[in-house]
Design a binder for this molecule. Structure first.
Ligand code: HEC
Length: 137
């Protein structure tokens, strides 16, 4: 085929690939991720690092500064958020699941893989777990 067709084909392939990389809704978290243990210990230093990472990026826009889920974005898009200050709010999640959700995102929640280091993501999991009500696992 001629140059023109090659170029056209490349363009088509590119746009198709673009379509495929649209955010897709994750339905099931792989079992090995659910079972993944938090490599970090929950102590004052890790909690402080997690709070720092949480504050340095845009989590509070949706989850609120205190984890209550009343950030401005959450109100605007009217997302239903968990209130991490409420007892049992994160009981159904393992640390592995929280880590996975922060890394990969879900629904309106963007993914932070690549923006935050894997260590920072685990630190945020430790921080979130340290909030009153969210409970340790
Ligand atoms: C644009 C809004 C938005 C931002 C920004 C955001 N989240 Fe979320 N987050 C959500 C929504 C919505 C959910 C619920 C997703 C679902 O289950 O459909 C969620 C879920 C979660 C969960 C799973 C537990 C739960 O409450 O459902 C964790 C953990 C979490 N977010 C942490 C973070 C952290 C840490 C950051 C910043 C690094 C962050 N989020 C930034 C909107 C956001």
């Amino acid at each position: 085929m001629g140059m023109r067709n090659v170029a056209l084909c490349a363009l088509l392939c590119l746009s198709l690939a673009g379509c495929q990389s649209q955010p897709k809704v994750e339905t099931k978290i792989p079992q090995e991720e659910v079972d993944r243990k938090n490599p970090l210990e929950s102590n004052a230093a890790t909690i402080a690092a997690g709070l720092q990472a949480y504050g340095d990026t845009d989590c509070a826009l949706c989850h609120g500064k205190d984890g209550g889920g009343k950030g401005v974005e959450a109100k605007d898009i009217s997302m239903s958020m968990h209130d991490w200050r409420k007892a049992g709010s994160l009981d159904k999640f393992t640390d592995g699941e929280l880590n996975y959700l922060i890394a990969k995102g879900k629904g309106h929640m963007p993914k932070y893989e690549g923006r935050e280091t894997p260590e920072q993501i685990w630190q945020m999991v430790v921080y979130i777990r340290s909030l009153p009500g969210s409970g340790a696992h």
